[in-house]
Design a protein around this ligand. Structure first.
Ligand code: GTP
Ligand code: IMP
Ligand code: MG
Length: 371
């Protein structure tokens, strides 16, 4: 039996969408296990850029089944919008299944999210999608499981969603019994995990690989491989600690070249160098086997590229600088063919984090990948 897991190693927006799209061809089911429509996965196909918040990123692989697990919280309006988008793109939505254990994000959750943010002395900078209040209600045992909602609600929207709702535990175990290969797709990133992230500046669900088990209703022994996705630099949306953050020209350049603006909220993302201390922590928390490194092309043209290698007791960082490279690298398809300075950057990261980098993404297009 085999379930592989993909998670973000930083603060989300590592480019999980397109990497999941790449790996998805080797799987039968792509399953989201946590979060809700706070996520914004971008996929680029030809001239079309689509942003998905709930539907798993395996959607472009025609044969994949898509599953939204019990660990997720679902905003029905967003879901219906995505069903409409898929219909427009000619994607067959019959292959989307949603666990009856997932909870519904209600309008009252969205209002409470905004109200609590406004009341906080130091706002978290949430996405305003009601995610925190929906998970809080689940934990307080006053939430609304999707199963219950669909039984009670009689609107066309509820009917449309009901058509996709299944007994989520039976669903996933039937697939495993049939020896289907499942790819569990994380949302957000390790440093936004509600337990191990930069609390309280985190999301309200567990985002790490272990959450694939609770979020899908499977035991840890069926998990095979865990792939971590890291950007070649760091970004974060919203408030909270960010040790490698750059405030000057280099940070602005990363934001512009990397188009670092939120998919859901449009907010400018804070930018900084790759943080190897944080990456090692994330490797431990998730049990990472291999890393996919994204957006290396964004670093082309920098005179020097930095990597934070240690935090000092006075709250500063030690940053190792490597020589940059001028070449555009989008056309490169093999890691050994990268310009020498880019290759040294990748090898240095690999040595610092201690796991192999098996895939390097060199552009936003579907094929812009070097192995
Ligand atoms: P979350 O679930 O919100 O964390 O989303 P995500 O990890 O899927 O990332 P998101 O789609 O928010 O951000 C990634 C952005 O970077 C998208 O606009 C992608 O098109 C783009 N992107 C991904 N990989 C690369 C790359 O290698 N190079 C460049 N230039 N852009 C990339
Ligand atoms: P919430 O999940 O909307 O409650 O937001 C809590 C924190 O997580 C905020 O800092 C958000 O910016 C951040 N966050 C939530 N989802 C994502 C995501 O998909 N990508 C990046 N940051 C996110
Ligand atoms: Mg995103």
């Amino acid at each position: 039996m085999s379930v592989d897991v993909i998670v973000g190693l930083q603060w989300g927006d590592e480019g999980k969408g397109r990497i999941v799209d790449f790996y998805a061809r080797e799987y039968d089911v792509v399953a989201r296990f946590s979060g809700g429509d706070n996520a914004g996965h971008s996929l680029v196909v030809g001239n079309e850029r689509i942003a998905l918040r709930l539907v798993p990123s395996g959607v472009l692989q025609e044969k994949n089944e898509l599953f939204i697990g019990g660990g997720c919280v679902v905003n029905l309006e967003t879901l219906v919008e995505e069903l409409d988008l898929l219909a427009k793109l000619g994607v067959d939505a019959h292959r989307l299944f949603i666990s009856d254990r997932a909870h519904v994000v209600l309008q009252t959750h969205i209002e409470a999210d905004k109200r609590r943010e406004a009341e906080r002395a130091q706002p978290i900078g949430t996405t305003g999608r009601g995610i925190g209040p929906a998970y809080a209600d689940r934990a307080s045992r006053v939430g609304v499981p999707l199963r219950e909602y669909c039984e009670r609600a009689s609107t066309p929207q509820a009917k449309r969603v009901s058509a996709h709702v299944v007994d989520g535990v039976a669903y996933i175990h039937e697939r495993l019994a049939q020896r289907k290969r499942v790819l569990a797709e994380g949302a957000q990133g390790t440093m936004l995990d509600v337990i191990y992230g930069t609390y309280p500046y985190v999301t309200s669900s567990s985002t790490i690989a272990g959450a694939a088990c609770t979020g899908l209703g499977i035991g840890p022994k069926v998990v095979n491989r865990v792939i971590g996705i890291a950007k070649a630099y760091c970004t974060r949306v919203g408030a909270g600690p960010f040790p490698s953050e750059l405030h000057g020209r280099e940070g602005e350049r990363l934001r512009e070249r990397g188009r670092e603006f939120g998919t859901v909220t449009g907010r400018p993302r804070r930018c900084g160098w790759f943080d190897a201390v944080l990456a090692r922590y994330a490797v431990q928390l998730n049990g990472i086997d291999a890393v996919a490194l994204t957006k290396l092309d964004v670093l082309s043209g920098f005179e020097r590229v930095g990597i934070v290698t240690a935090y000092t007791s006075d709250g500063a960082n030690e940053t190792q600088y490597l020589e940059g490279w001028a070449e555009e690298i989008r056309g490169i398809r093999r890691i050994p063919d990268l310009p020498p300075a880019a290759g040294r950057f990748v090898t240095t990261l690999q040595n610092l984090i201690g796991v192999p980098i098996e895939l390097v993404s060199v552009g936003p297009e579907r094929d812009d990948l070097a192995r």
